[in-house]
Design a protein. Structure first.
Length: 243
């Protein structure tokens, strides 16, 4: 009698150079942009994405808890207490055998192909970086992470999706707080004093005007005067001319 092969676990981690066509609801806009820039040949520090599916076992554990049930019916005044209770549960989460195995295999291959020793662990929730809903400052990033601290940094980013400020922002912008979705980007960190060695070392002109929300935002119109900053990438000199 023929014995069928056991079904292989679903792949949930993908490198920036992957040929897989990931969707934004699995990778998040930030990770998807990094993949697209990598495929376009831009000088993006290498990395990989742990998709929303990677974290489904953790979400499933949390959903069985009394704290999860309390979150679903919590009032605005109770959000802080609810968030702290869920984050306490998150701190006790452990990687499943499949999560650990897939991460270890991916890291081993990644370190063989790249020679960095420090990593940036960043969130890439499908809900953040959207038009009208940036979630700026909501999810946590950890920089300067060594290989032996990656698992803890991943858990830290995941746990931040249950932060009080994230819950409040979701309610304010019409997102359900009981449907968290988060992917995590692990990216090789570039030394700050070597960042100017990038292929494009041209001078960069950015302008900041009153009322703009982001420093260094590019301005395409002439509605109001502002300051023009000329940044010399090689010398790191900044020249300011007030218009």
């Amino acid at each position: 009698m023929m014995i069928e092969d056991e079904e292989k676990p679903m792949k949930t981690i993908f490198t920036f150079a992957s040929n897989e066509l990931l969707k934004v609801d699995q990778a998040g806009g930030k990770a998807l942009a990094l993949i697209q820039m990598t495929m376009a040949g831009m000088p993006v520090p290498p990395g990989f994405i742990m998709t929303v599916s990677f974290f489904e076992p953790w979400i499933a554990i949390l959903q069985t808890s009394p704290e999860w049930a309390a979150m679903k019916k919590s009032e605005a005044s109770e959000i802080g207490q609810t968030a702290r209770a869920l984050q306490t549960l998150c701190h006790a989460l452990q990687f499943t055998d499949h999560q650990k195995e897939e991460l270890e295999i991916t890291l081993k291959l990644f370190r063989e192909e790249n020679h960095g020793h420090l990593y940036a662990i960043r969130s890439s929730s499908p809900e953040e970086d959207l038009e009208g809903a940036s979630f700026a400052g909501g999810y946590e990033t950890t920089l300067g992470v060594t290989a032996d601290a990656i698992e803890a940094a991943i858990l830290h980013s995941f746990t931040s999706s249950f932060d009080e400020r994230v819950f409040l922002y979701k309610r304010e912008h019409g997102f359900p707080i009981d449907q968290p979705r988060i992917a995590v980007v692990i990216q090789q960190q570039v030394d700050a004093d070597r960042a100017s060695d990038a292929p494009d070392r041209h001078e960069e002109i950015r302008e900041i005007r009153p009322g703009t929300e982001q420093l260094g935002e590019f301005i395409d119109d002439d509605e109001q005067p502002g300051q023009r900053f000329q940044i010399r990438a090689v010398s790191a000199q900044v020249q300011v001319a007030v218009q």
